[in-house]
Design a protein around this ligand. Structure first.
Ligand SMILES: Nc1ncnc2c1ncn2[C@@H]1O[C@H](COP(=O)(O)OP(=O)(O)OP(=O)(O)O)[C@@H](O)[C@H]1O
Ligand SMILES: [Mg+2]
Length: 257
């Protein structure tokens, strides 16, 4: 670990050790803190956005999410990976759009544009009253947002891992949120699944907005339908008699005749 890293993350060495013992996230974390990322992180720290990177909440193919803390409380820092693996999951329409924005070459800038895309979508959703984490700042491949979690800083779990005592009101709230996203933010999530909905104190919060597209995009209805069918399947397993097409209409699909 370099001196800068030691300065930036004073307890990182111990924590890495702790985590190695706990669930071996340490190695992934080291990999993600490449030089560029480290510089970007240090910039946010210098700006006082947060003080500590506490631990890894999630390590994925595309991004890693860390809990951070500072004067403004807990946050969630999503770090998009700057590696080729990152684009395997990107839908082709999104890649096309990004390439148009960024131009040829520069792979890093493509990733930054992707992070910016998620940040912009989050802002639009927040303004429209859709339950999403409040976005704070995006810089290069970093996206800092409010932590969805308990006041003590324990991150909320994804719906897929959370048994719901009363699924019906949860579903109603979820439908309302998605409808608001379609009607007011004029966006379709595009990757909405029980993995990308967190359960915060019994309420849904939508995350992972990188693939969000405009309702005017020709593929928007198809993507919303896919999301709706996904949820219908999930909630049927939880014992609710729901149909995908009906959910689709209620989530805003009725805007397309
Ligand atoms: N604001 C947040 N508060 C608490 N936990 C969060 C927050 N944002 C993300 N997470 C956690 O991090 C996980 C991954 O986040 P997200 O879905 O945005 O990344 P991803 O694009 O799916 O990454 P990958 O697909 O590569 O795993 C989530 O499932 C959730 O557990
Ligand atoms: Mg996700």
């Amino acid at each position: 670990m370099s001196r800068v890293e030691e300065l930036l993350f004073p307890r990182r060495k111990e924590r890495t050790e702790e985590r190695r013992k706990e669930r071996s996230h340490g190695d992934v974390r080291d990999e993600v803190f490449d030089r560029l990322t480290l510089l970007a992180v240090s910039r946010l720290v210098t700006q006082g956005m947060f003080q500590e990177v506490d631990y890894s909440i999630s390590t994925g193919k595309e991004a890693n999410v860390f809990r951070v803390s500072g004067r403004s409380g807990f946050g969630a820092l999503k770090i998009y990976r700057i590696s080729n693996a990152v684009f395997r999951r990107f839908p082709p329409w999104a890649l096309e759009e990004l390439r148009r924005t960024v131009g040829p070459g520069s792979f890093g800038r493509l990733v930054f544009a992707w992070a910016h895309r998620e940040f912009t979508a989050m802002k639009a959703c927040e303004a429209a009253g859709v339950p999403v984490p409040r976005p704070r700042i995006q810089w290069r491949n970093l996206l800092l947002m409010d932590l969805v979690g308990s006041p003590q800083g324990v991150p909320s779990p994804p719906l897929i891992h959370t048994p719901l005592p009363t699924p019906q009101p949860f579903l109603e709230e979820l439908v309302k949120g998605v409808r608001r996203m379609t009607e007011k933010a004029k966006l379709v999530h595009g990757d909405l699944s029980p993995y990308n909905v967190l359960v915060s104190d019994g309420h849904p919060v939508l995350i992972d907005l990188g693939q969000t597209i405009s309702v005017d995009h020709p593929q928007a209805p198809e993507l919303l339908l896919r999301d709706a069918l996904n949820f219908a399947r999930f909630f049927r397993r939880a014992g609710l008699p729901v149909e995908g097409e009906e959910l689709f209409r209620r989530m805003g699909g009725d805007r397309w005749p």
